[in-house]
Design a protein around this ligand. Structure first.
Ligand SMILES: C[S@@+](CC[C@H](N)C(=O)[O-])C[C@H]1O[C@@H](n2cnc3c(N)ncnc32)[C@H](O)[C@@H]1O
Length: 309
């Protein structure tokens, strides 16, 4: 079965889960089941719960994971709402490979790619908010802030993009990704190999899918659940996502949670939730970078929760 997506950092993910105990593995972003099927091949006794917002991805994975059908449950939904509901499960591992899949990016009807005839960008095609709605209804200030915050675009360029969108939509609605990416090219010009619309598209996609809030809520859920001995492996694709993961893991290894200005510790100095096996995030090796350009910005961070005695 030919998968429409190459799993990133696959060997590193397998290494992260090498010592996984018997129990349930949650794949919070199942996609095309590339990571999950490889983990199940190495650990055939695991139970798998696979979550995805995208029905197309789940339908593909249902077939791919058929050899493990009896031990697999697939759930359509977002991980922020689904993971907290798994409270009673003996979770021994959780993987999330954030962002969009190659199939979502490449399918012209999904509106993620620069040349798409539509302007959609929803991972869950039943969700109410599309990129078209955002581009045609947000105020100048909302667009400017969105591009600056989620696209990390310099404020003057964000301003010019917002100006151009308002001017364009005053006489014709913006209804395709092609129209929007052409606008970005006119406003920003093109330099190097990266399409000038890349950061603006990233910002809109994050907004459409509420991506950063989803990650925050997943981290909140794990902080409450503290699954005993569980290995958590999270792959991010840009600095905004990576910062959320890095900061939360850092907070979880702190034993003392007193105000840093306090003269002495009064918290009991026993708040550490677990350990970080590798301080530095794992990134793709040159061979993977050559084979799969999508791995260019992937960063894997791992956290291991303490065992409850
Ligand atoms: C990069 S792909 C995962 C690929 C997968 N690891 C594989 O090997 O095939 C990310 C997937 O996560 C899904 N996704 C992203 N954010 C999600 C969320 N908040 N809740 C549920 N699924 C999400 C997307 O729909 C997409 O299918």
């Amino acid at each position: 079965m030919k998968a429409p997506h190459i799993p990133v950092l696959l060997e590193d993910v397998l290494r992260a889960f090498r010592e996984i105990a018997p129990g349930t593995l949650v794949d919070a972003t199942l996609g095309y089941g590339g990571h999950s099927s490889a983990i199940l091949e190495q650990h055939p006794g695991l139970r798998l719960i696979g979550i995805d917002r995208d029905e197309e991805a789940l339908a593909f994975s249902r077939k791919r994971l058929a050899p493990w059908r009896k031990q697999t449950t697939l759930i359509r939904g977002d991980f922020a709402a689904t993971v907290p509901a798994l409270k009673g499960e003996p979770i021994v591992g959780l993987l999330a490979d954030f962002g969009v899949s190659s199939l979502q990016l490449d399918a012209p009807g999904r509106g993620f790619s620069f040349e798409s005839d539509v302007l959609d960008m929803r991972m869950d095609t039943s969700a109410p908010r599309t990129a078209e709605m955002i581009v045609n209804t947000y105020s100048h200030e909302q667009l400017r802030r969105l591009f600056a915050e989620y696209g990390e675009i310099r404020i003057r360029a964000a301003d010019r993009l917002a100006d151009a969108i308002l001017a364009e939509r005053a006489h014709t609605p913006i209804t395709s990704a092609r129209q929007l990416s052409a606008l970005a090219r006119r406003v920003l010009g093109s330099r190097g190999n990266i399409h000038p619309a890349t950061l603006m598209f990233q910002a809109i996609r994050i907004e459409v899918n509420d991506e950063l809030n989803q990650i925050e809520k997943l981290l909140d859920a794990l902080e409450v659940m503290r699954p005993s001995g569980a290995i958590v492996a999270l792959i991010t694709f840009h600095s905004l996502e990576d910062r959320l993961v890095k900061q939360r893991f850092k907070q979880w290894i702190r034993s003392c949670i007193c105000d840093p200005r306090a003269l002495r510790c009064t918290c009991g100095n026993n708040h550490q939730l677990g350990t970080i096996p590798f301080r530095k995030p794992v990134t793709a090796a040159p061979a993977e970078l050559r084979a799969n350009p999508r791995s260019r910005s992937a960063r894997l961070r791992t956290f291991v929760f303490k065992e409850h005695l």
